[in-house]
Design a protein around this ligand. Structure first.
Ligand code: NAD
Length: 423
C-alpha cells in the first residue's frame, strides 16, 4: 500500500483518482516502470499536532499536514487548506497534482500541499492566528524559500500567509518574504496574485471560445464555489459579456436564467452573507447547480464533484476547472464522449501557481513588477501550456486531461531520469 490509510472517504477517493491518472498517463507514455513506481509515492509527509488555546480558554488539538510529493524540478510548492476534510490522503493527492501542474507550466517548482483539519468558518480571527502560527512553527524545518513554499487554498487567504511569513521570519531572525506566496503586496506579495487563478482560468475560457468559434457575449456560465477562485472567475466572465446564471457556496446557491449581478453578489459575500441569501434568483443546491444547462461550467469548490453518476446529466459546452480534482476519470470519459471541451484542473487553475512563481522571483531579487508585466507574462505562459495540451491531444488522440497529465508527468520523469537515483 503506497500511503497509510487513515483519512476519510473523500480523501481516499481523491488519492485513488490521482494514482489512477498517473497510471493511465504512465501507460500512454510507456514510462519506465521504475520511474512510475517512484512517482506513485510522496517524497516526504509530515503530520503534526497543533495545540491551540481557544477563546474560551480551553485547548483544542488540531492535526496538520505538509506533504512534498516531488521536488525534482525545484522547491515544493502548494497551498495550505483549512477544512474538516483535510487528511493525509487528500493532501497527498493535492501535492501530486501540484507536481504535474508546475511541470506542465514549466515552472521550476516541485509539488507540495498542506492543511489543518479544522472548521475555519467557526473559528475567531484570534484562534485562526494562533493556529496558523503554531502550525508554522511545527512545520518550520520543512518549509523555506529553497525547500517548500506554501500559498493560500481553501479557507486560507493573504492574512494567513502574512502570519506564516511573520512566524517563520521571527524564528529565522530576519524577514523572509519568499517563504510563502499569496501574501499582501505591502509585505512582498505580488500584484495580480489574488486574481491570478480565476483570471487565468477565464483567459483559457477565452482561448477555448476562440478554438470553438463561439462569442463570449452569447454564452451563459454557472460557477460552483464563490471564494477566491469562483468569485474572480465569475467577475471576469461577466466582464467579457458572459451571462452568469448561477453561483453557489458550501451551503447552496442561486439561479437566474436572466443573469445575476455578479458585482452586487461579490459585495454581498464581502459582508459574510451566504450566496443563497442573495435576492434576485431562486435557490439551488450544490448538486442541482452542476446540472443547470449552460455553456461554461466552472467547478471552483472542491474535489470529486462530477462523477460517473451525475456526468450524464451535465449539459455544458466548456468545463473550466478552477477546483483541484473536481472531475473523476470515469466522468471525464463521459463528458469527452458528449463533446464537452474540458479545461482540466492542472491547466485551468495554474494561473495561481504561475503568479506565485512570479512572486517568489520578485521576492528573491527584491525587485517588483507592475500589473501589466504580470498579466503579460501570465498570459504568455498559460497560452503556451494551452497550445501544448491542444497539440498533444490532437497528435496522440487523447483527451485534454490526459494530454496535460502526460506533458507534466513526462517532464518530471525525464528530470528524474537525468538526475538518476541516489545512491
Ligand atoms: P475559498 O476558500 O476562497 O473558497 C471556496 C468556496 O467553495 C467557498 O465559496 C465555499 O463556500 C465553497 N465550498 C466549499 N466546500 C464546498 C462544497 N462541498 N460544495 C460547494 N461549495 C463549496 O477557496 P479557493 O481558494 O477559491 O479554492 C477553491 C478551489 O480552487 C479549491 O479546490 C482549491 O484547491 C482550488 N485552487 C485554488 C487556488 C488559489 O489560488 N486560491 C489555486 C489553484 C486551485
Amino acid at each position: 500500500m503506497p500511503f497509510p490509510q487513515q483519512g476519510n472517504t473523500e480523501g481516499q477517493a481523491a488519492l485513488k483518482e490521482a494514482l489512477a491518472q498517473l497510471d493511465h498517463a504512465a501507460e500512454r507514455l510507456s514510462l519506465d516502470p521504475n520511474l512510475a513506481e517512484r512517482l506513485r509515492h510522496a517524497k516526504r509527509s509530515l503530520i503534526v499536532n497543533v495545540p491551540v488555546r481557544m477563546d474560551d480558554g480551553h485547548v483544542t488539538s488540531f492535526t496538520g499536514y505538509r506533504v512534498q510529493h516531488n521536488v525534482t524540478l525545484g522547491p515544493g510548492k502548494g497551498g495550505i487548506r483549512y477544512s474538516p476534510s483535510v487528511n493525509l490522503e487528500e493532501v497527498t493527492a493535492l501535492s501530486m497534482w501540484m507536481t504535474w501542474k508546475c511541470a506542465l507550466m514549466n515552472i521550476p517548482f516541485g509539488g507540495a500541499k498542506g492543511g489543518v483539519c479544522c472548521d475555519a468558518t467557526k473559528m475567531s480571527r484570534g484562534e485562526l492566528q494562533r493556529m496558523t502560527r503554531r502550525f508554522t512553527f511545527e512545520i518550520f524545518n520543512f518549509i523555506g524559500p529553497d525547500k517548500d513554499i506554501p500559498a493560500p487554498d481553501m479557507y486560507t487567504n493573504e492574512q494567513t500567509m502574512a502570519w506564516i511569513m511573520d512566524t517563520y521570519s521571527t524564528q529565522v531572525g530576519h524577514s523572509v518574504p519568499g517563504v510563502v506566496t499569496g501574501k499582501p503586496v505591502v509585505i512582498g506579495g505580488s500584484v495580480g496574485r489574488r486574481e491570478a487563478t480565476g483570471g487565468g482560468l477565464v483567459n483559457l475560457v477565452g482561448a477555448a471560445l476562440d478554438h470553438l468559434g463561439l462569442k463570449a457575449e452569447k454564452m451563459t456560465a454557472v460557477v460552483q464555489g464563490f471564494g477566491n477562485v469562483g468569485s474572480v472567475a465569475a467577475q471576469e466572465l461577466s466582464k467579457r459579456g458572459v451571462r452568469v446564471i448561477a453561483v453557489s457556496d458550501v451551503d447552496g446557491g442561486i439561479f437566474n436564467q436572466a443573469g445575476l449581478d455578479v458585482e452586487a453578489l461579490v459585495h454581498h459575500v464581502d459582508w459574510k452573507q451566504p450566496v443563497g441569501a442573495f435576492s434576485g434568483g431562486v435557490p439551488v443546491t450544490n448538486a442541482e447547480i452542476l446540472e443547470i444547462p449552460c455553456d461554461i461550467l466552472v467547478p471552483a469548490a472542491t474535489a470529486g464533484q462530477i462523477t460517473a453518476e451525475n456526468a450524464p446529466r451535465i449539459r455544458c459546452r466548456i468545463l473550466a476547472e478552477g477546483a483541484n480534482g473536481p472531475t473523476t476519470l470515469d466522468a471525464d470519459r463521459i463528458l469527452e464522449d458528449a463533446g464537452v471541451f474540458i479545461i482540466p484542473d492542472i491547466l485551468g487553475n495554474a494561473g495561481g501557481v504561475t503568479v506565485s512563481y512570479f512572486e517568489w522571483v520578485q521576492d528573491s531579487q527584491n525587485y517588483f513588477w507592475d500589473l501589466p508585466e504580470i498579466q503579460l507574462r501570465l498570459e504568455k505562459i498559460m497560452r503556451r501550456a494551452f497550445n501544448e495540451v491542444m497539440a498533444l491531444s490532437a497528435e496522440r488522440k487523447v483527451g485534454h486531461r490526459m494530454a496535460a497529465l502526460m506533458i507534466g508527468i513526462s517532464r518530471v520523469a525525464e528530470a528524474m531520469r537525468l538526475r538518476g537515483l541516489y545512491p
